[in-house]
Design a protein around this ligand. Structure first.
Ligand SMILES: [Zn+2]
Length: 117
């Protein structure tokens, strides 16, 4: 059954400790279902936008996390990417399935290999 709109995607890894961080908006750890990325913001200099430091392993239990799929995401959307993407792009040009985990669930293994066309 498809997940109702507005319900956050369940991350592929969410041990108790990681789950506690993801569920608390005051804590600087995030999961992006669109790219299957776990991350923390890193502010390089005061006043500058934070960049994301991705996690390869769970910082709490040490489990290897699934490989992020941002490269595959960009590959699949290469034909619809606008010429000049503005800063803080709202991604209105992104087809709906690619705004969530709907495009990769059941298609890629944990190493990022395509298992279903
Ligand atoms: Zn963990």
């Amino acid at each position: 059954m498809p997940r109702p709109v507005g319900v956050p995607a369940e991350p592929p890894h969410a041990c108790r400790e990681l789950r506690a961080f993801l569920d608390d908006p005051r804590l600087p750890v995030g999961y992006d279902p669109q790219f299957r990325e776990y991350w923390m913001p890193v502010v390089v200099a005061p006043g500058q936008a934070a960049v994301r430091q991705l996690f390869v392993f769970c910082p709490w239990c040490g489990a290897k996390l699934p490989v992020p799929l941002s490269e595959q995401w960009w590959d699949e959307l290469a034909d619809v990417v606008p010429e000049n993407i503005p800063p803080h792009d709202p991604q209105d040009w992104v087809p709906a399935p690619y705004r969530s985990d709907a495009w990769w669930r059941g298609r890629f293994d944990d190493d990022g290999r395509l298992i279903v066309e």
